[in-house]
Design a protein around this ligand. Sequence first.
Ligand code: SF4
Length: 192
Amino acid sequence: MQELIILGELVDRARERGVQTIVEGPGHIPLKEIATNVMIQKKLCKNAPFYMLGPIVTDIAPAYDHIVSSIGASQSAAAGADFICYVTPAEHLALPGPEDVKEGLIASRIGAYVGDMAKGIHNGELDLVMANARKKLDWEGQYAAAICPADARAIRDAKPPEDPDTCTMCGSYCAVKLVNEWLDDASQDVFD
Ligand code: SF4
């Protein structure tokens, strides 16, 4: 809180001199304190854009801090944060490499997307595109709607199903395919 009070004073001093400000927030706070933190920052810093460092919402997951940070980022964005930090799996352990950076960026994009949906910046239109593609077992459509098409394609390609319409999760018991076939038969019965 003391930091936020000082940040608010610094925003005032900067603005008096015509300098733009963006305020950096905390990196480690519990989930339940995020919304209050954002609300107080907005008040003390007079709506200066708030940049949350995720935050990390638990410290028990080294090697998975990109996921922990994404959870915090979604809550921050939903509560009104304007900018979020990406965190890599190497956080607290080592200097990140290119693959760590990629995973961190994807995790933070997911957090931002979920938070923006909660805030009403978008209505999950991409989720609808994905749902429709899944219903049609349109795999190219699913890749196109995926946040990382290459990774989604690689996982499926690594375990190709016998029936290319389905995936190896349920194979010939693919519920989507069975329901689609049943609906096609049912609609034929109606029109016959
Ligand atoms: S096989 Fe199972 S998991 Fe895969 S598309 Fe069909 S219902 Fe979904």
